[in-house]
Write a protein that binds this ligand. Structure first.
Ligand SMILES: [Zn+2]
Length: 121
């Protein structure tokens, strides 16, 4: 029964400290691990691969095709999806300069109806 009085005293001791915002805490300047604006690597998620990953080599670089002929629809159609869209570079593996020429060639070929703008519905 004597404990009650002791407890009461302990709670009464409220520390009346003035609110000082942590004086000795050093501001972590080097605590920002993100290096660039777009992040360094591919990100934290690395899920199971859904697609079989082939070794991606630019077809045009391999075959040393410098200028892509827009009339060569057989070649171009390899880079057009069934929906009629141009296959993105990350899927086809075509390098940037060739993809640029390829896309213009596909657009030219579309214009003269060698390739579809979109799939038939
Ligand atoms: Zn290339």
């Amino acid at each position: 029964m004597a404990d009650e009085t002791q407890r009461h005293q302990a709670t009464a001791e409220a520390p009346a400290v003035a609110e000082a915002p942590a004086p000795a805490a050093p501001t972590p300047a080097a605590a920002a691990p993100t290096p660039g604006p777009r992040g360094g690597r591919g990100g934290p998620r690395e899920g199971g691969r859904k697609y079989f990953r082939r070794k991606k080599v630019c077809k045009f670089c391999v075959e040393k095709i410098q200028s892509i002929d827009y009339k060569d629809y057989r070649l171009l159609s390899q880079f057009v999806a069934e929906s009629g869209k141009i296959v993105p570079r990350r899927l086809s593996g075509v390098c940037t300069p060739h993809q640029r020429r390829l896309s213009t060639a596909i657009k030219q070929a579309r214009n003269i109806a060698l390739l579809p703008f979109s799939a038939r519905t």
